[in-house]
Design a protein around this ligand. Structure first.
Ligand SMILES: Nc1ncnc2c1ncn2[C@@H]1O[C@H](COP(=O)(O)OP(=O)(O)OP(=O)(O)O)[C@@H](O)[C@H]1O
Ligand SMILES: CC(C)(CO)[C@@H](O)C(=O)[O-]
Ligand code: BAL
Length: 282
């Protein structure tokens, strides 16, 4: 596996493959790779002849006071894992490569509507940063398919919308969420948790399962379920930003009698760590 930092090296490799009629799959990440990321690489390998992964901790998607500085950077370890999985190329650019005019002067991609709620509401500007960097990465890599985890459910919807609206020639492939045996969704941020917090963290997934059961099996009203979920999380020691049931398609509030195509989503803090997770009902 080659590692390249610059656009020219990346383009040369991709051009070579394309010249041989090969397709390209792409997995964008912020590094500190775990089994969840590895499952995305495997999926990309199944869908394309060649696989490119990127590792870039994107400054424009972090708000003031968020964990940009302390986000774990483990490139050598990431490289070894990717090589073992048969990834063909790791693109690990620096900030100047992706933001030649500086982050503050960058062209911005804004996806309206769906970014106003949930993560977008709690992390203002976050999705502008994500859409902007993913658009830049797509232009650099020019993949046929790109794999995104359902763990970042709203992010996946934002990217799907951007791709459709800008008519980008890439197929977005969703990948299921990988979990620890106790149900906690794998995430680079799990390592911020103390032992006591780690023991509590699976309650997020348990609460999501309860929300699904109350809606689909017991037929409770979604607003009542949301209130109960917030109270449960607070009692357990979390500070929830939200615990909601939404339409999976567009993350809008469902109608009172709606039961199909729903998803429960939670964002909650445990100490200084902010965790997100979700559970599609279908
Ligand atoms: N547990 C998981 N299962 C499947 N995909 C995942 C999982 N965790 C992350 N991903 C996906 O990997 C890609 C890169 O995500 P990212 O590098 O932010 O990983 P992360 O571990 O979720 O980090 P963070 O702590 O920032 O949430 C995204 O498409 C994301 O949805
Ligand atoms: C898609 C992404 C790599 C963009 O920086 C990031 O938001 C992530 O890791 O999910
Ligand atoms: N996993 C999405 C990237 C972020 O939290 O900034």
């Amino acid at each position: 596996m080659q590692t390249v930092q610059d656009a020219a090296g990346l383009r040369a490799a991709v051009r070579g493959w394309r010249g041989q009629g090969q397709t390209v799959g792409f997995v964008p990440t912020m590094g500190n790779l775990h089994e969840g990321h590895h499952s995305l690489i495997r999926l990309a390998r199944a869908r394309a002849d060649r696989v490119v992964a990127s590792v870039f901790v994107n400054p424009t998607q972090f708000g003031p006071g968020e964990d940009f500085e302390r986000y774990p950077r483990t490139l050598a370890q990431d490289q070894a894992g990717l090589a073992e999985l048969g990834c063909d190329l790791l693109f690990a650019p620096d900030v100047a490569t992706l933001y030649p005019f500086g982050a503050a002067q960058s062209v911005r991609v804004h996806v309206p509507g769906i970014t106003d709620t949930l993560e977008g509401a709690h992390r203002p500007g976050h999705f502008d940063g994500v859409a902007t960097v993913v658009c830049k990465l797509f232009n650099l890599v020019q993949p046929d398919v790109a794999v995104f985890g359902q763990k970042d459910f709203q992010q996946l919807k934002v990217i799907e919308r951007m791709v459709r609206d800008l008519a980008l020639p890439v197929k977005v492939v969703p990948a299921p969420t990988l979990r620890a045996p106790d149900g906690l969704a794998l995430s680079s941020r799990n390592q911020y948790l103390s032992e006591a917090e780690r023991a509590l963290a699976p309650q997020i997934h348990q609460t999501l399962q309860k929300m699904r059961e109350l809606r689909l099996e017991k037929g409770h009203a979604w607003r009542v379920i949301e209130q109960a979920a917030v109270a449960t999380l607070q009692r357990a020691g979390f500070q929830p930003d939200y615990a909601v049931i939404r339409r999976a398609e567009d993350l809008a509030e469902p109608a009172d009698d709606e039961r199909q195509g729903l998803v429960a989503l939670i964002a909650a803090r445990l100490g200084t760590t902010r965790l997100i997770d979700n559970l599609p009902f279908d």
